[in-house]
Design a protein around this ligand. Structure first.
Ligand code: GFB
Length: 303
């Protein structure tokens, strides 16, 4: 999702964008990454690729989330250093911060307390990525930087109910409940956790801004500065989808972090601010879902 948004954003810059599909390059394969970077010799690298998923996927596949993410970032960061990449930006996630961080969470809160258990494996891998950039910067003088986006959503998101994040999951649940006339929709957890959401294209714009204007070892938070409860998110999504049934909370499912609103003052001081209002971003994402997922589903094909 972020990679596609970055490609859309970079088309407006004076640069050649080099991409490679997953089927042609496995980023967990160090030899393959080395060969590909030696052939393409990019001047700039965005490490947007990652094994990502929502709370359930993270919690149930700890080995995959830790291993794949460590392999992807180690291969890309080390081989970028080897081929002399001029600047690299590594993308992490707001889940790197301790479970009970001060709110909003400043960059300095990193490693100041225990992690949220449901995503600790992914978080450890992402913290290692930040440290890799700092280590290569310190030891080899590489201009490698890191950005920590808040929860993202947008076109190209994953709508699979077992592995997706909350926004696409609730969009799909509301759509299917409306289509099949179900009286209620299940929301995982208590509905009380607070989350901050950013439209993927806004995130891509922030990444390009940092690539142009930021060259320090401290990672930078990327977010909107506002958050919303999962319960209110469910209501907002039901309105957008026009689903009028009941919202029920399945408290057998985990809540995860109680709150993770990012302190985005550093990003604002660097001259960047998000532009897409939350409801507008959700509407665009729902339109993308209808055109790209629902329209191609077997049920749609059968009429
Ligand atoms: O988006 P989400 O899966 O990830 O869940 P996290 C956010 C909140 O929404 C949790 C609730 O409290 C979920 O219990 N939720 C309610 C749902 N209904 C649903 C549903 O149908 N599907 C999903 N997925 N959630 C992830 C981390 O944490 O955030 C990753 O696991 C990553 O490591 C990502 O950092 C940004 O915000 O809890």
């Amino acid at each position: 999702m972020v990679g596609s948004a970055l490609v859309r954003r970079l088309q407006t810059e004076n640069c050649d964008v080099v991409t490679v599909p997953h089927e042609r390059l496995d980023l967990c394969d160090g030899e393959a990454v080395r060969e590909w970077l030696e052939q393409t010799r990019p001047e700039i690298v965005f490490v947007a690729a990652a094994k990502v998923g929502g709370i359930l996927a993270n919690d149930s596949h700890p080995a995959v989330f830790l291993r794949d993410n460590m392999a992807i970032e180690l291969n890309l960061i080390h081989e970028s250093y080897r081929v002399g990449v001029e600047k690299l930006l590594f993308l992490g996630s707001s889940c790197i911060y301790p479970r009970l961080s001060p709110q909003p969470i400043p960059e300095e809160a990193l490693m100041s307390g225990p992690l949220e258990p449901t995503n600790q494996w992914y978080a450890i891998a992402k913290i290692a990525g930040i440290r890799l950039c700092q280590a290569y910067r310190r030891q080899y003088g590489c201009n490698f930087i890191s950005a920590m986006p808040t929860n993202l959503y947008g076109p190209g998101d994953n709508f699979d109910l077992l592995s997706s994040h909350v926004a696409p999951a609730l969009m799909r649940k509301a759509h299917e409940a409306k289509e099949s006339g179900q009286p209620s929709l299940q929301v995982w957890g208590s509905g009380q956790p607070m989350r901050e959401f950013m439209y993927a294209d806004d995130c891509a714009d922030a990444l390009v801004h940092l690539m142009k204007h930021y060259s320090h070892d401290l990672h930078v938070n990327i977010g909107t500065g506002s958050d919303i409860s999962i319960s209110d998110l469910a209501t907002t999504i039901c309105d957008i989808v026009d689903y009028r049934g009941r919202i029920e909370f399945d408290t057998s499912k985990p809540d995860g972090m109680p709150r993770k609103r990012l302190d985005v003052s550093r990003l604002h001081d660097l001259g960047w601010h998000h532009t897409t209002p939350f409801e507008e971003g959700l509407q665009k994402t729902y339109a993308w879902y209808l055109d790209n997922v629902v329209a191609h589903s077997p049920m749609a094909a059968n009429g």
